[in-house]
Design a protein around this ligand. Structure first.
Ligand code: SF4
Length: 209
């Protein structure tokens, strides 16, 4: 990548991340989120992986590294970037509901302890609802436009369905499919929990050159 373009991408990604970190579109989710999930990896990616949101898999560094190695090997590429459809992972928490009437503040301190009881957060991760996903999708679309990866790997049918609709594709979705829209290529995969070597090889074999 030409130096000037790389610097421009870095500047635009930093500016995007600043807006994500300051975002308050989903106030009911923010109490138990210390920091929104941001993209990581090469800023001129061959493959951009899109997860639905942060979960036990994506916060496990070893598993993410394993996935990166798998993609690099099967696709014969070097540069991988991963990011999220929804940035603030929602949680179910009984302690929070009464407190939320009195404060708009975040309830986690810098060590991820709940300020209501000084204990480690016991909130249970839940799926983002449609409203939250729609609130957040514009950030992902902007990220795809900025980084313009050779291919966007959509992890799971829910991610694929929402993201492809943003690019004008309303077909029914099945893992293994490829789509091309707005000068971007998209691959539909099973989600990260079941994605494996065999599926990765199959997708790589079908990737248009
Ligand atoms: S989930 Fe996305 S849209 Fe909602 S508050 Fe977080 S960054 Fe903003």
């Amino acid at each position: 990548m030409v130096n000037g373009l790389r610097e421009e991408n870095i500047r635009r990604i930093i500016e995007l991340e600043d807006r994500i970190c300051a975002c308050r579109r989903c106030p009911e989710q923010l109490h138990c989120v210390r920091r929104p999930a941001l993209g990581k990896g090469e800023l001129n990616p061959d493959i951009m992986v899109v997860f639905e949101g942060e979960n036990q898999y994506t916060t496990d560094l070893e598993r993410v590294i394993e996935l990166r190695v798998l993609l690099k090997t099967c696709f014969s590429v070097e540069r991988i970037y991963h990011t999220y459809m929804t940035r603030c992972a929602p949680k179910a928490c009984s302690s929070r509901h009464s407190a939320c009437c009195y404060t708009q503040s975040k309830l986690l301190d810098k060590d991820y302890h709940c300020i209501l009881n000084q204990q480690s957060c016991t909130g249970l991760p839940i799926k983002a609802d449609t409203a939250q996903i729609i609130n957040c999708l514009a950030y992902l679309v902007e990220e795809i436009e900025i980084l313009s990866p050779r291919c966007v790997l959509l992890m799971g049918e829910r991610v694929s369905d929402f993201v492809l609709r943003c690019f004008g594709i309303f077909d029914s979705i099945t893992p293994g499919q490829f789509f091309y829209a707005n000068q971007h290529s998209f691959m539909v995969a099973h989600d990260e929990h079941t994605f494996n070597h065999t599926e990765c090889l199959q997708l790589a074999a079908c990737l248009p050159t």
